[in-house]
Design a protein around this ligand. Structure first.
Ligand SMILES: [Zn+2]
Length: 91
């Protein structure tokens, strides 16, 4: 029995609260990039269209939440802990 790869998830925070795109006021969606990184994007963000260019990689999204929606972060202690870990990472 070979163990399956357990890579690519160590840096994924996950479980972050959803917010609305500041431009279109519709809820962002979570996607996985070709490189395997999770990111959050506006549903109006299309690769062949610049309708809305809003997207955030997970750490950027966390920073954005922290700056603009701290109330949502505080309501989830798990996320708050993740934020602390992230900040510690960057320090
Ligand atoms: Zn948008």
């Amino acid at each position: 029995m070979a163990s399956t790869a357990a890579s690519s998830s160590a840096s994924q925070v996950g479980g972050l609260p959803w917010i609305d795109c500041p431009k279109y006021k519709i809820q962002v969606i979570r996607r996985k990039s070709k490189a395997g990184n999770m990111y959050y994007t506006c549903p109006n963000n299309f690769s062949n269209d610049d309708t809305c260019a809003n997207y955030w990689f997970e750490d950027q999204y966390l920073a954005y939440l922290c700056a603009n929606h701290p109330d949502k972060l505080m309501s989830k202690w798990k996320v708050y802990r993740a934020l602390l870990l992230l900040l510690r990472f960057k320090a």
